[in-house]
Design a protein around this ligand. Structure first.
Ligand code: ATP
Length: 239
């Protein structure tokens, strides 16, 4: 049975100036699953996430649990429960790890709830706990990625969007980050959208995948089937 979608894009288009970057994108993101968005450089993957977060001009409709969100501001979309971890990661480099996490929390939560959320994030990312007083700017790339994800989780999102979490990371730390993403999904049932150039890892750690080429959805289906597909293997998996 197909799970009900948490997020739906209906004939979404996006353009920068006169250039169409996304065309006629209609996709349903299943609830409680990890969904991979894969495609070559410049295919439009980042723009897809930016469209959902109202960070670029779009046409078409975007619905979160059946409610239109495409007319809302970036801030409001975030408050509705969509957390976006951009590819630059965007941690506040002058603040400590813990202060970065506290900034991520929704402001109207009481101190006790914030503390519980903080402890939960430290349980997912023990490295962040070890380094809670360290300045974010001095963390390694992998630790900064962990902090960016942890900060997004402090929002208690309904959808977590991750743009290239593997970017620039060595294989071991990359593996650790994918395992933690998997753990968060399984433990919380959180819906996660994973934009990745590391196609193999993205397919291994997701249940559903969408392939974008030149701003259009070329194919979609179970990630396991993508891993076995000859065209995908040849073009994106190097085998
Ligand atoms: P990559 O994997 O390399 O990050 P991507 O699939 O995420 O690629 P996008 O970043 O969405 O691709 O870019 C899609 C296209 O839109 C590219 O041709 C890019 O040059 C163009 N583009 C992206 N941002 C802008 C912008 N702010 N202004 C103009 N063109 C842009």
């Amino acid at each position: 049975m197909t799970p009900e979608p948490i997020l739906e894009l209906r004939t979404v288009g996006a353009r920068y100036g006169a250039v169409d970057v996304l065309r006629n994108v209609s996709i349903a993101i299943p609830k409680g699953a990890v969904t991979a968005i894969i495609g070559a450089n410049g295919a439009g993957k980042t723009t897809l996430l930016r469209s959902i977060s109202a960070m670029c001009a779009i046409s078409g409709e975007i619905l979160l649990e059946g409610q239109r969100i495409d007319q809302l501001s970036t801030n409001r979309i975030s408050r509705r429960g969509i957390a976006h971890v951009p590819d630059g990661r965007g941690t506040l480099s002058g603040l400590s790890v813990e202060d970065n996490l506290r900034v991520g929390a929704i402001s109207n939560r009481d101190a006790k709830t914030k503390l519980q959320d903080l402890e939960k994030i430290y349980a997912y990312f023990p490295r962040l706990k070890e380094r809670h007083t360290q300045q974010a700017g001095t963390l390694s790339g992998g630790e900064q990625q962990m902090l960016a994800i942890g900060r997004a989780l402090m929002q208690r999102p309904r959808v977590l969007m991750l743009d290239e979490p593997s970017f620039g990371l060595a294989p071991l730390i990359l593996q650790e980050i994918f395992r933690i993403i998997d753990n968060i999904n399984r433990t919380e049932g959180l819906s996660i959208i994973l934009v990745e150039q590391n196609v193999r890892k993205a397919l291994m750690y997701s249940t559903t995948a969408f392939l974008i080429e030149n701003g259009e959805i070329r194919s979609s289906g179970p990630s396991a089937a993508f891993l076995e597909n000859d065209d995908i293997k040849k073009s994106y998996l190097g085998s």
